[in-house]
Design a protein around this ligand. Structure first.
Ligand SMILES: [Zn+2]
Length: 56
């Protein structure tokens, strides 16, 4: 069984630029071509900040 590899997305805090989360992008028509932006807790900033998809 050959599993399709999904790209791993790194989520970077927009405030301190630390990469705090790793996720996998789902091949969804609604997310296709869009940059991921999520409100996540940053341990560095010690608060919820906007995390954006970081490119390699
Ligand atoms: Zn931060």
């Amino acid at each position: 069984m050959a599993k399709k590899k999904k790209p791993i997305i790194r989520l970077r805090c927009d405030v301190c630029k630390e990469i705090n989360y790793y996720t996998r992008k789902s091949h969804d028509a609604t997310t296709e071509g869009k940059k991921l932006e999520l409100k996540k807790f940053c341990t560095n900033c010690r608060k919820h900040t906007l995390h954006k998809e970081a490119k390699k």
